[in-house]
Design a binder for this molecule. Structure first.
Ligand SMILES: Nc1ncnc2c1ncn2[C@@H]1O[C@H](COP(=O)(O)OP(=O)(O)OP(=O)(O)O)[C@@H](O)[C@H]1O
Length: 292
């Protein structure tokens, strides 16, 4: 079995009386794009800070690439952590940021950085403090991608990016990842946008892991059934219902039924349509249930 890229064991992190992480245990799979999903304040950033050696733990242990990340220059040089609130020295230009990153990150690819600079049309000589919000996010995205770090964390990297730029980020990430597989953690609230990108899903709520499974497994957990209400009810049977909408005699029900070809054929005979549940629906349902 291949070693995990990182592993948290019973990690608890308290900030005074705030329990940000509560007995968290999970692994990051090597060469996999993970979605780290959860509501505001769920603990996503804290989890990434813990894994990148920026926070001391209250209890538990973290291993990254087989070692502790805390004050471990060797491990930290293999990690790229991109977040919106990144601070740069006051007089830094875009060029300074890129040359510092190229110096600190041994897997840096300048050719990729140049292509991305052109894609996102970032002015090399402009001071970072004069960049627009979207340009600042684009700079983070460029550093994160061109670093080609074996372990790359993107903490909501899209803030301020318009839809075209966000999709450019997703496309470039996917294309570069296909050629240079690595472990990626993407924390985002835009679940629908990234659902084709994410291979493994981790959902955190109030500092606890609620879901930790492959995106394919999750999608097959539930099915959306649409059609005449009584036929839908008959088809769904006793399966737990996650969501229900009705419009006149029509119903659209999301139920814990695995999505299969067999069910699809049955549904068609009954004049119903069936679709796999979307990741977003599943995450919303899981976190609302967790909050209840
Ligand atoms: N340095 C800190 N001091 C005190 N409390 C903190 C600190 N950092 C985080 N917290 C608290 O820990 C909890 C988790 O915060 P965290 O930033 O990890 O959430 P998040 O999932 O990243 O949220 P968002 O999606 O809103 O960015 C929150 O209640 C937050 O207020």
């Amino acid at each position: 079995m291949t070693a995990p890229a990182a592993r948290c064991r019973a990690v608890t992190k308290k900030f005074g009386s705030v329990l940000a992480l509560d007995d968290v245990s999970f692994e990051l799979k090597p060469n996999t794009i993970h979605g780290l999903l959860g509501r505001n304040g769920a603990g996503k950033t804290t989890l990434m800070r813990v894994m990148t050696g920026q926070e001391f733990l209250t209890s538990g242990s973290v291993e990254v690439l087989g070692e502790t990340p805390l004050e471990n220059a060797g491990v930290l040089s293999q990690i790229s952590f991109i977040r919106e609130s990144q601070k740069y020295p006051d007089d830094y230009t875009v060029k300074h940021v890129l040359s510092t990153a190229s110096y600190l990150l041994p897997h840096w690819d300048q050719n990729l950085a140049d292509i991305l600079l052109d894609d996102f049309q970032l002015p090399l000589k402009r001071k970072v403090k004069k960049l627009s919000r979207g340009m600042l996010s684009a700079l983070g995205v460029i550093v994160g991608l061109a670093s080609r770090a074996p372990l790359t964390f993107f903490d909501e990297p899209y803030l301020g990016l318009d839809a075209v730029a966000r999709h450019m980020f997703y496309d470039r990430l996917l294309a570069d990842y296909a050629e240079h597989p690595r472990t990626v953690v993407l924390s985002t609230h835009l679940i629908d946008e990234v659902s084709n990108l994410i291979e493994h899903v981790i959902v955190i709520d109030k500092g606890r892991i609620l879901l930790d499974d492959s995106a394919d497994n999750l999608r097959s957990r539930a099915t959306v059934v649409t059609g005449e209400a009584s036929s839908v009810a008959e088809f769904v049977g006793p399966a737990p219902v996650l969501a229900r909408e009705t419009l006149g005699t029509q119903a659209r029900v999301t139920a814990e039924l695995s999505f299969s070809e067999l069910r699809k054929a049955d549904a068609h005979r009954g004049g119903l349509t069936v679709e796999p549940v979307s990741l977003q629906q599943l995450v919303v349902h899981t976190t609302t249930k967790g909050a209840a």
